[in-house]
Design a protein around this ligand. Structure first.
Ligand code: SF4
Length: 328
């Protein structure tokens, strides 16, 4: 039995002070990932700071048309919110494609961004894993890795980020608001998650003791269309083998705005900048769309058993983009 102290914070300041940036402290939101990892012995916190009662559970429109989502908004509430469903359907679709209804009723927006990889070796204390125990090795590189990364991985870790929500946020150019011992700051979602490099134990750029307080969605151009599609090993309750979030705005058939991100392919949501650059200012055809997607996936370095992901992502992204450009 390992004793754990528990505090239910009433304000962001109280939560930050109770956490104090200590390595043995964790913020507790919905607990849908943290509690699982505690049961497995992967996470062994000594202090839990419950943040579910903080006043961060609103979805609000801001001046200028941005939408601010509080960190403790439950995934179910986020997906169903009229502002999200009507203006950012890609986000609603991404959230609804993740987990089960019961889990979405508990899981929070901030927690979704911070969930940890589902690499089986990360969750197995008997196996080497640089993310769990830095310097111990990576069992996945030569092991079972058919669902691991094809982009941006390193010899130290080939895990993928499991979040669907984060992929949509990356395509939407969302911004993460943080509060902590050093005060408040903002980080674009596309810079929030890290590639593994030689520090795979660090999933994000969050600093010790920092707490996500909100995510802000910028307004989209009038008439922009968006979509999220995900391929998984079974019809539901599974993480993405590959997914695509796309936001496009066209005028007269010409692409004026593009935000495209892949999920299931890398240690972080993978913004497809090369695809976007190849599309902007053009009147795409099915052939040029496919070539634009190919430009991004040319960066892929598949592992022994996951080259299929490149083909899968290529077809998935091309189909999603074709659907958003009816004339293509
Ligand atoms: Fe650990 Fe990453 Fe290797 Fe999985 S891929 S075993 S998480 S180091």
């Amino acid at each position: 039995m390992k004793p754990v102290s528990y505090l239910r914070a009433q304000s962001v300041e109280e939560a930050a002070a109770a956490h104090g940036g200590r390595s043995e402290a964790r913020y507790l939101g919905g607990g849908t990932n943290l509690v699982d990892l505690m049961k497995l012995g992967v996470e062994r916190p000594e202090i839990l700071v419950d943040i579910t009662r903080l006043p961060l559970d609103g979805v609000e429109e801001q001046a200028g048309g941005a939408v601010r989502i509080g960190a403790t908004v439950r995934n179910s509430d986020l997906a169903a919110h009229p502002l999200i469903r009507t203006r950012y359907p890609v986000l609603s679709q991404a959230v609804l494609s993740g987990a089960s209804g019961q889990l979405r009723n508990m899981a929070t927006t901030g927690g979704n961004l911070l969930q940890r990889t589902r690499c089986a070796y990360f969750q197995d204390l008997s196996k080497p894993c640089n993310k769990r125990v830095p310097g111990s090795g990576c069992a996945a590189i030569e092991g079972i890795h058919h669902d691991h990364a094809v982009l941006g991985h390193s010899p130290h870790c080939v895990a993928t980020n499991p979040s669907d929500l984060s992929v949509a946020l990356a395509a939407l150019d969302a911004v993460v608001e943080l509060a902590g011992p050093g005060g408040q700051r903002t980080v674009p979602v596309t810079e929030f998650h890290r590639l593994p490099q030689d520090r795979p134990e660090l999933d994000t750029v969050i600093r010790p003791g920092e707490l996500i307080t909100a995510v802000v969605l910028p307004p989209l151009p009038d008439g922009a269309l968006s979509r999220y599609r995900k391929v998984r090993e079974r019809a539901s309750y599974a993480f993405a083998l590959a997914s695509v979030a796309a936001v496009l705005h066209c005028e007269g058939g010409e692409v004026r705005h593009a935000g495209i991100a892949f999920g299931g392919l890398a240690h972080r949501p993978w913004r497809a900048r090369r695809t976007e650059a190849a599309l902007l200012g053009t009147r795409p055809t099915p052939e040029t769309l496919a070539r634009a997607v190919e430009a991004e996936l040319a960066e892929a370095v598949p592992l022994r058993d996951n080259a299929y992901k490149v083909t899968l992502a290529q077809d998935l992204a091309t189909q999603v983009l074709e659907a958003l450009i009816p004339s293509a």
